[in-house]
Ligand binder design. Structure first.
Ligand code: IMP
Length: 174
């Protein structure tokens, strides 16, 4: 895959408008409560940074880093926690922020792990959803954009560590 061959599918401005909408929904749903927002490294760093700035509720932020053994463009299904959160989530309202759901394997693994820690509530907000590619059932509570198959980079998402800093979301042209 060559990240130089790419086309924009969502511009910085379109992303910003959608992120504002998502943040407005989240703020309404959690009105009067405090949220722990968990960002999944590295891909969600930009999405998380944008979304929390539009939230109108108090939140605390932590990060998790997962490792998935696979190729640069697909996960193998074997997931491990490389860096855990530092906060306790027991009895708290928790929102996990992830860049993209593909097969669903990463998020279903993560949800199982976090549920064991007995948060008061546990929801997910994903920037992109490749819903047609699920191998295990997983439904996100908040979705930025559903997308078809194809590999995307930009707005935090990478191919082999390339393309993360692009402000627009781009599809790689095969
Ligand atoms: P899943 O476990 O198959 O749902 O994979 C989720 C992970 O795969 C994401 O956190 C990304 O790291 C990676 N991934 C899947 N599709 C893409 C893509 O199109 N661009 C960049 N990363 C992707």
């Amino acid at each position: 895959m060559d990240i130089m061959k790419r086309e924009i599918i969502f511009t910085k401005q379109q992303i910003d408008e959608r992120v504002r909408e998502l943040a407005a929904c989240i703020s309404l749903d959690y009105e009067g409560r405090e949220l722990i927002v968990i960002g999944i490294l590295k891909g969600a760093f930009m999405f998380l940074a944008d979304i929390v700035r539009y939230l109108r509720i108090p939140c605390r932020i932590d990060f998790m880093w997962l490792s998935s053994y696979g190729t640069s463009s697909s996960s193998s299904g074997k997931i491990a926690i490389k860096k855990d959160i530092e906060m306790s989530i027991a009895g708290k309202d928790v929102l996990v922020v992830e860049d993209i759901v593909d097969t669903g394997i990463t998020m279903s693994f993560l949800m199982d792990r976090l549920r064991q820690r007995q948060p008061r509530s546990l929801k997910t907000c994903v920037f992109l959803d490749k819903y047609e590619r699920r191998k295990v059932p997983f439904k996100a509570d908040y979705v930025g954009f559903p997308i078809d198959d194809g590999f995307v980079v930009g707005y935090g998402l990478d191919f082999d560590e390339q393309g993360r800093s692009l402000p627009d979301l781009c599809r790689i042209i095969e």
